[in-house]
Design a binder for this molecule. Structure first.
Ligand SMILES: Nc1ncnc2c1ncn2[C@@H]1O[C@H](COP(=O)(O)OP(=O)(O)O)[C@@H](O)[C@H]1O
Ligand SMILES: [Mg+2]
Length: 289
């Protein structure tokens, strides 16, 4: 076989295997802001990446850019440029720590909800190109029931809800779950309790929210784990280096590691398997138009 034919064959094979790869689409959300959602998303993404998975972290907290700031980078292009059809999806993907790929949210705008049909089509087509390129796409959504956050959550295959032990955070998380559940009863939620002072507080928080979800919504809320209240988190934020990178053995890092292990070992529940990016986008499109 000529060199050229061999090259072609390799190309076709790599294309084929790329298409077989299933991309899991996960949203990370919370009822209330400031609960540690962006820090969790970033460090969880880095943990998955360090396990050998290819991860794309997508800052979908439109207009409130976080992820780039947490990494001390100021990327030229962001989601904004994609939404405005100024750049392609490939131009707005940047590389962070441990070769983590990420898309910055951009700041100073809040018009995802005002996109016209051509802009939506462009967004959906561009994000669709990611299918099979990565193992995981993680969306760090805005807090609460903003329209955008809502669409991402309802469309994603899995949703991780971050709460703290504070009553306001718990009630807001529950309100969010209830609202999404009423729209799409199939959305599988998983819970992360952040900033716990001890195991008991973590367990009590998880029990509270799980009990009401079971009782009033008939919904199971599997727990991915607790993350300790840890001074290293805010130290790392100030240094603009992810805490799992800066403090690889601090309590919060160990906790995120445990969560990652539990996440990977957990069986996908029914309804989660289907579709990858394509099914995500189909659902998203129905909600947008
Ligand atoms: N486990 C933790 N321990 C201590 N402080 C934390 C922890 N998680 C978050 N924080 C603090 O909360 C702040 C807000 O976190 P962030 O991830 O930006 O929240 P969100 O994305 O939910 O708005 C951080 O800057 C940090 O100071
Ligand atoms: Mg945030």
């Amino acid at each position: 076989m000529s060199d050229q034919a061999q090259m072609l064959r390799n190309l076709v094979q790599s294309q084929a295997s790329r298409q077989e790869k299933q991309t899991r689409v996960i949203t990370v959300t919370s009822g209330k802001g400031g609960v540690g959602k962006s820090n969790f998303s970033l460090n969880f993404a880095l943990m998955l990446q360090s396990k050998g998975y290819k991860v794309l972290l997508f800052d979908a907290d439109v207009g409130m850019a976080n992820i780039d700031v947490l990494m001390g980078s100021s990327p030229k292009y962001s989601l904004y440029h994609l939404l405005k059809r100024e750049q392609s999806i490939w131009d707005i993907i940047h590389t962070g720590y441990n070769n983590l790929q990420f898309i910055a949210g951009g700041s100073g705008f809040n018009d995802l909800l005002n996109l016209d049909d051509t802009e939506i089509d462009y967004f959906v087509e561009q994000v669709g190109q990611l299918n099979g390129h990565v193992d995981f796409i993680l969306f760090d959504t805005g807090a609460g029931l903003s329209k955008e956050a809502f669409r991402f959550i309802v469309a994603a295959q899995e949703t991780v809800v971050v709460t703290t032990p504070e009553p306001t955070s718990i009630t807001d998380a529950y309100a969010l779950i209830k609202m999404v559940h009423s729209m799409n009863g199939q959305t599988p939620f998983k819970l992360v309790v952040n900033r716990v002072t001890d195991l008991k507080e973590g367990r009590q928080t998880a029990d509270k929210i799980s009990m009401v979800a079971r009782q009033f919504l008939g919904l199971e809320l599997p727990l991915l784990g607790y993350i300790d209240e840890d001074i290293h988190v805010s130290k790392a934020v100030k240094k603009q280096i992810p805490f799992t990178v800066l403090y690889p053995s601090c309590a919060a890092t160990r906790a995120v590691h445990g969560i990652m292990e539990r996440f990977l070992s957990g069986q996908l529940e029914s309804g989660e398997q289907a579709g990858g990016v394509k099914s995500f986008l189909n659902k998203m499109m129905k909600l947008l138009k």
